[in-house]
Design a binder for this molecule. Structure first.
Ligand code: NAD
Ligand code: TYD
Length: 349
C-alpha cells in the first residue's frame, strides 16, 4: 500500500496528476498545497470525495507542518510539483521563486530524509521539473538528459537549483529520487496567465492578444494528461537516481500557435474566418526571452515505452472546448489577484 504525497496538487498539472493517480491506482493520495493564487480546489471537485483522496493545506517551506503531515499519513512516496511557475512573475519577483522553488524543495527533502530515517526501501522522492533548466536553443538541436544546465530566467534558475539539490540528496544521503524535465504543458485547468488559456480568454472577450516581441519564439507543447502518464510511467518503471526528459516532438512558433487558436475560436464562436486574428497585438518582448525549447524524449520512449496519446490538433480542440464550456471556472480565476497581475504586466508596454 502506498501513501503518496503530491505537492502542488491544486495547481494545473498537480490537479491532473491527482485525478490520474486516483483513477488508475489504488493508492492513498494526499494533496499538499498552500493554495497560492495558482492553487484552486475547484480544479478537483470531481474527486474531492474519493475514498482515497485527502487534502492538507500547508506551505512546503514550513518544516514542522511538513514533518507532521509525513508522519500523520505515513507517507511512502512524494511527487513534488509545488512551485512558483510563471516566468513573467519570476522577472518581477525573483525572491519568491527562490523561497518556494529552492528553499521549499530543500525543506521537503530534509523532512523526507528525517522521516524516512535511512529506511529508504520502497520509498521514492519524485521531482517534477522543466526543460527550461537547459536554457535556450538556436535553430538546431534538442535538449537531452545530458545537456548542460544553462538556466536564463529567475524561474528556470530556481528550478535548476532545486534539481541540483534533489540530485545532491541522492548522491550524498542515498535518498531514492527520480526526476523528469518536461516541455510546455497545455490543457484544462491551466491558469490564464500562461499563453494558451490567456489567448483563449482574450479571444473570447475580444481583447487584444499580446504577442511578445515578433512572436518567433518556439515552444514544444505537450498535453497535460500525457505529462501525467509519463510521470506515472517513470514513477513505476524509471530507474532510481535517473532523470527523464518528457516532450511530444511538437514545436510551434508562438505566432503560428496564436493564429491557429484564433482560427479554431472563429469556427467555434461562429465568427467570420480571420476576425480574431485582428486582435493580435505585438507588445514589448519579455526580458531575456528564451528563443527555443525542444525536447528529445528518446530515453523515455526507448527505455520505458512511453509515448504521447493524442496529437496537438486533437488536444488543442479539446482544450478550447473545455475553456468555452467552463465559463464559471474561468471567471472565478480571472478575478482577484490575477486581475491585479494582468493590469501590472500589460500596462507597462
Ligand atoms: P501551477 O502554478 O499551476 O501550480 C503550482 C501549485 O503549487 C499551486 O497549486 C500552488 O498553490 C502550489 N504552491 C505554490 N507555492 C507553494 C508552497 N510554498 N507550498 C505548497 N504549495 C505551493 O504550476 P504547474 O504549471 O501546474 O506546474 C507544476 C510543476 O510542474 C512545477 O514544479 C513546474 O515547474 C513544473 N512544470 C510545469 C510545466 C508547465 O508547462 N506548466 C512544464 C514542465 C514542468
Ligand atoms: P508561457 O505560457 O508563459 O510559458 P513559458 O514562458 O514558460 O514557455 O509562454 C509561452 C510563450 O508565449 C513564451 O515564448 C512567451 C510567449 N507569451 C506571449 O507572447 N504573450 C503572452 O501574453 C504570454 C503569457 C506568453
Amino acid at each position: 500500500m502506498k501513501n503518496i504525497l503530491i505537492t502542488g496538487g491544486a495547481g494545473f498539472i498537480g490537479s491532473h496528476l491527482v485525478r490520474w493517480f486516483l483513477k488508475n491506482h489504488d493508492y492513498t493520495i494526499i494533496n499538499l498545497d498552500k493554495l497560492t493564487y495558482a492553487g484552486n480546489l475547484a480544479n478537483l471537485t470531481d474527486v474531492q470525495n474519493h475514498k482515497n483522496y485527502r487534502f492538507e493545506k500547508a506551505d512546503i517551506c514550513d518544516f514542522s507542518a511538513i514533518k507532521s503531515i509525513l508522519q500523520k499519513h505515513q507517507i511512502t512516496d512524494v511527487i513534488h510539483l509545488a512551485a512558483e511557475s510563471h516566468v513573467d512573475r519570476s522577472i518581477s519577483n525573483p525572491l519568491q521563486f527562490v523561497n518556494t522553488n529552492v528553499i521549499g524543495t530543500v525543506n521537503l527533502l530534509n523532512a523526507c530524509k528525517e522521516f524516512w530515517a535511512g529506511n529508504f526501501e520502497g520509498k521514492c522522492f519524485y521531482h517534477v521539473s522543466t526543460d527550461e533548466v537547459y536554457g535556450s536553443l538556436g535553430d538546431e538541436g534538442l535538449f537531452m538528459e545530458t545537456t548542460a544546465y544553462d538556466p536564463r530566467s529567475p524561474y528556470s534558475a530556481s528550478k535548476a537549483s532545486s534539481d541540483h539539490f534533489v540530485n545532491a540528496y541522492h548522491h550524498t544521503y542515498g535518498l531514492p529520487i527520480k526526476m523528469s524535465n518536461c516541455s510546455n504543458n497545455y490543457g484544462s485547468f491551466q491558469f490564464p496567465e500562461k499563453l494558451i488559456p490567456l489567448m483563449i480568454n482574450n479571444i473570447k472577450h475580444n481583447k487584444p492578444l499580446p504577442v511578445y516581441g515578433k512572436g518567433l519564439n518556439i515552444r514544444d507543447w505537450l498535453w497535460v494528461v500525457d505529462h501525467c502518464s509519463a510521470i506515472d510511467t517513470i514513477f513505476h518503471k524509471g530507474k532510481m537516481g535517473n532523470t527523464y526528459n518528457v516532450g511530444g516532438l511538437n514545436e510551434w512558433k508562438n505566432i503560428d500557435l496564436v493564429n491557429l487558436l484564433c482560427d479554431i475560436m472563429d469556427r467555434k464562436l461562429g465568427r467570420e474566418n480571420g476576425e480574431s486574428r485582428k486582435l493580435i497585438t505585438y507588445v514589448k518582448d519579455r526580458a531575456g526571452h528564451d528563443m527555443r525549447y525542444a525536447i528529445d524524449a528518446t530515453k523515455l520512449s526507448a527505455e520505458l515505452g512511453w509515448n504521447p496519446s493524442i496529437t496537438f490538433e486533437e488536444g488543442l480542440e479539446q482544450t478550447v472546448d473545455w475553456y468555452l464550456a467552463n465559463e464559471v471556472w474561468l471567471e472565478n480565476v480571472t478575478s482577484g489577484d490575477y486581475m491585479n497581475y494582468y493590469e501590472n504586466q500589460y500596462q507597462k508596454r
